[in-house]
Design a protein around this ligand. Structure first.
Ligand SMILES: Cc1cc2nc3c(=O)[nH]c(=O)nc-3n(C[C@H](O)[C@H](O)[C@H](O)COP(=O)(O)OP(=O)(O)OC[C@H]3O[C@@H](n4cnc5c(N)ncnc54)[C@H](O)[C@@H]3O)c2cc1C
Length: 300
């Protein structure tokens, strides 16, 4: 990352929300379910599938967690009503994990059971390392309760991931493998770019042997081409909305299955900040936005 980009990453939390909103617009479908439906319909028309994420990480009480659960019920209903090719991704903390394991687990289970009724699928996202044990426990308990329409995420950044794959093997899990967005201490995580890549590929190699299905979630061209070599069946590629769209189009053109992660909701700030912070050309976006606004002001 160039100096200006690195400096901006640290300054972003100080940038006023309306500006963050504008420059992060490409990463989120909008605030309402209709925005997500319209976005997914367009992705489907372009030959891509989707996974809908209801934004909301900073919940403080069971009522707020319930609002997120309700939004997932609406999303699953909307997927059915509009015959969309999409499933949903849930964050355990948004559904109440930090209010207590049982609260989070019960809410995730409700969404998974609703999805099962319409033959749909729920991916449990993986958050920072304070949640890994609980999230994997939740996944196991749901599977052991007979729910098969649920998958989990593992992060190549974490040193424990190969052990987690081994521990999950008896469930023949459906796993999304990603690098991991949350920066973790070196004691538990790889911190070097090439180390994370190598651990990603090793994890993928083991997953194609033990998992029932693998979501290869990355925009890293090297990992994508290695992914094509390693995974022969029961896999798909996954990308985030608004990131490397031309690479996504190429994958679809090559006949690969590609799922796009489509977040929507009023709590867009934390997600947007994370996406902007990993954009290697953040300064370019801020500049384009500023210049764009100057022009539109002059034109009005
Ligand atoms: C579908 C999906 C689901 C995910 N779910 C989780 C999860 O549950 N838990 C979790 O911790 N992480 C999750 N992630 C995030 C992931 O862990 C990484 O943080 C993120 O995908 C960037 O890693 P990368 O593999 O794309 O490699 P990188 O090396 O970070 O990126 C490769 C290239 O992609 C481009 N790029 C990447 N990000 C951006 C961006 N924001 N804006 C513009 N260009 C960009 C750049 O050109 C970059 O050089 C998910 C990612 C995807 C695609």
């Amino acid at each position: 990352m160039a100096f200006l980009d690195r400096a901006l990453v640290h300054l972003l939390p100080a940038v006023p929300r309306p500006i963050v909103r504008r420059i992060a617009d490409r990463y989120i479908a909008g605030e309402e379910i209709d925005d997500a439906v319209a976005k997914v319909a367009r992705l489907n028309a372009d030959g891509k599938t989707a996974t809908i994420d209801v934004l909301g990480e900073e919940i403080h009480n069971v009522e707020e967690a319930q609002e997120i659960v309700d939004a997932y019920h609406d999303s699953l209903d909307a997927i059915g009503e509009h015959s969309l090719d999409a499933n949903v991704s849930v964050k355990p903390t948004a559904l109440g994990l930090k209010l207590g394991y049982d609260v989070g687990r019960a809410n995730v289970e409700t969404v998974v059971r609703h999805a099962a009724e319409s033959d749909n699928f729920v991916r449990i996202d993986m958050e920072d390392s304070t949640t890994t044990d609980d999230t994997l426990r939740m996944y196991r308990e749901l599977r052991e309760a007979g729910l098969d329409n649920v998958g989990v995420v593992l992060q190549a950044r974490l040193r424990r991931t190969l052990d987690d794959i081994a521990a999950l093997a008896d469930l023949q899990p459906n796993v999304r493998i990603c690098k991991g967005i949350y920066l973790e201490p070196e004691s538990i995580a790889f911190t070097e770019f090439e180390e994370i890549r190598a651990h990603y590929l090793r994890s993928l190699e083991v997953l194609v042997e033990t998992a029932s299905y693998v979501g290869i979630a990355t925009h890293d061209e090297f990992l994508i081409s290695e992914g094509k070599r390693i995974a022969r069946e029961r896999y798909e590629f996954q990308m985030l909305l608004g990131v490397r769209e031309s690479l996504g189009r190429e994958l679809v053109k090559d006949g690969e299955r590609l799922r796009i992660y489509v977040p929507f909701g009023r709590q867009w700030y934390e997600y947007s900040l994370r996406r902007l912070q990993e954009n290697p050309r953040i300064a370019g976006y801020v500049a384009t936005d500023t210049v764009g606004r100057l022009f539109s002001r002059n034109g009005s």
